[in-house]
Design a protein around this ligand. Sequence first.
Ligand code: ADP
Length: 212
Amino acid sequence: MTHMELNKRQTEILAIVKADGPITGEQIAERLTLARATIRPDLAILTMAGYLDARPRVGYFYSGKKPVQSVADSMVGMKVRDFQSIPIVVSENTSVYDAICHMFLEDVGTLFVVSGTSLLTGVLSRKDLLRTSLGNNDLDKIPVHVIMTRMPNITYCNKQDTLLHVAKKMIDKQIDSLPVVDDKGEGLEVVGRITKTNITAAFLSLSDDHEL
Ligand code: ADP
């Protein structure tokens, strides 16, 4: 993970404080043969980023703390595996009627359809089921494989993908969720589910972690 990039002067200040802190801003400026005012922004940045602590009448000292990660760094580091939910799957021959019941019982917006060997074959969204339900009285006779979005047209992701990558796919393809899969060679095993809700939870966790 990358941390905030320090410029040359900030790196020098940090070295001085590490070696000789506590030290006043005035003394640091003297050592660098610069004016106190010139290094004020650098000291502010180093303090805000958590590298330095400042105490009145004592001066600056090295905090010894891990530098605070920037929000951008935290965001780039967010992985599917840390935010995914349990996938809810049905088999290809499940009826549309049963799939609707399943969606309500499991309280999810998307079901994944798997073959007899548990490999991903399709996706069922709320609107897929709603569309079929309109003016159709024999929902218990229509198997979901007739109406599902099927492979190879399914957008999926892996546990180690970043949430940013997944969010981009969701927006580009205008879909609410992606199956998280494990490539088994002969097909894709469904191991998780990542939804817009998971992305929203991740967004919120950023605000908690950074006390925003
Ligand atoms: P809804 O249709 O309820 O608005 P979505 O926006 O998720 O829900 O789905 C839109 C369409 O895209 C549906 O026909 C659905 O089958 C399909 N779809 C949903 N998720 C995926 C996915 N991960 N890959 C491919 N198609 C998907």
